[in-house]
Design a protein around this ligand. Structure first.
Ligand SMILES: Nc1ncnc2c1ncn2[C@@H]1O[C@H](COP(=O)(O)OP(=O)(O)O)[C@@H](O)[C@H]1O
Ligand SMILES: [Mg+2]
Length: 363
């Protein structure tokens, strides 16, 4: 085989995306692998340039390297960059580029483009999981450390009450103060309990068939007063015959997280409607939580479920609500999804497997 043919054959059969690119960025030739990675036909790519389908945040760096090559400061470069797939998805690639010169003048670039999207996503998931595990650990320790002294305070308060009674003290003042101490202890205990729930690994607990409507009602009871205080209208549209296979505590916690976010998003809106809808579809139960709040800006949609991502002031948000919710749900084959809506509402959907062929106890 001649050298030309050899190159052509390697080019066409390589599993790595390859392209010849002119000094001004036009695709001169692309191999089939590149077409597969980016979702375009060869002809479609050849009519455009790489700038068009490069993620805007990665374009400047790529262009800077190209200028350095053209200026003779380097012969090649390597870069992790994002392209847009034809269907709109972001593709992470490892790009390796060399400039070929003919008689010293830049002739064309040879680019090798490797799809590393899956690696990138795994890396991202790993970082998220690590952060969550660390948080769970810390929450568990704090809960434990606070619980012990709290038991002592509680015990001493009981002794004090008994002592007062023994001494025949009839003045209500000290007794009221003890009641206040006990109420506060109860509040701290319930916070600790929710921290323990947070850090507990429920994945070993069995899922069970349960009625979705019951879970919704129980947990709405916890939220109703707050919703009323905030003057939020609640609309329920629940199919009462849905039975899911799940851990009811975790579904409840997920629902509460979404409601807390919805309340917050509607704080400064004039129209405040929270809609909770449940239906079954394709073997899954779908629980939608929709609000008429400020919405999620387009550029943040991919970030809101990351641990510690929050747009709220420090004391109001931890950025953990959605990521914990997602973690709880994935551990029982359920999912949390952000739903794109065309009107100005914001919707999250919890998708849970339906319970099949099992005796379902209703509450
Ligand atoms: N219903 C909603 N409407 C608008 N934005 C939301 C909604 N729910 C969540 N978000 C956005 O997602 C971010 C992360 O939410 P979350 O993980 O619950 O953490 P936090 O509530 O502590 O900020 C919020 O700061 C907010 O920007
Ligand atoms: Mg939240």
């Amino acid at each position: 085989m001649k050298e030309d043919q050899l190159f052509k054959s390697a080019f066409n059969h390589s599993s790595i995306g390859m392209a010849l690119v002119s000094p001004n960025g036009k695709w001169l030739d692309v191999n089939p692998a590149l077409g597969r990675i980016l979702g375009y036909d060869r002809d479609e790519l050849l009519t455009g340039d790489f700038q068009n389908i490069t993620h805007p945040e990665d374009l400047a760096r790529d262009l800077a390297y190209i200028s350095e090559c053209l200026a003779g400061k380097r012969d090649s470069y390597e870069l992790e960059k994002r392209y847009y797939h034809k269907d709109g998805d972001i593709i992470w690639t490892l790009l390796t580029v060399s400039l070929i010169r003919e008689n010293g003048t830049p002739s064309f670039f040879i680019s090798q483009i490797q799809d590393i999207t899956e690696n990138k996503n795994n890396q991202h998931a790993l970082i998220q999981a690590t952060k969550l595990a660390a948080l769970g650990e810390i929450a568990g320790t704090i809960a434990h450390e606070v619980n012990n002294p709290l038991t002592i305070i509680s015990g001493q308060a009981s002794l004090l009450r008994r002592d007062l009674m023994k001494r025949g003290i009839s003045d209500q003042g000290p007794f009221n103060q003890i009641t206040k101490i006990n109420d506060t202890i109860k509040r701290i205990s319930s916070i600790i309990q929710s921290m323990k729930n947070l850090s507990r690994d429920g994945s070993n607990e069995k899922t069970q068939p349960c009625r979705l409507q019951d879970i919704i009602q129980e947990n709405m009871a916890l939220c109703n007063q707050q919703l009323k205080n905030d003057k939020i209208e609640v609309v329920l549209d629940i199919d009462e015959n849905i039975y899911i296979e799940a851990r009811p505590i975790d579904i409840g916690q997920s629902l509460i997280n979404l409601i807390v976010n919805a309340r917050h998003a509607m704080k400064n809106e004039s129209k405040k409607v929270l809609t909770i809808k449940a239906k079954s579809q394709n073997g899954m139960a779908k629980l939608y939580v929709t609000d008429t709040g400020h919405g999620v800006p387009e550029n943040l949609i991919n970030k809101i479920m990351d641990p510690f991502f929050t747009t709220k002031p420090k004391h109001e948000g931890t950025g953990m609500g959605l990521s914990i919710t997602r973690k709880l749900l994935t551990k029982m084959n359920a999912q949390l999804k952000y739903i794109h809506s065309l009107d100005k509402t914001t919707t999250f959907c919890i998708e849970v497997p339906l319970a099949y062929n099992k005796a379902v106890k209703t509450a």
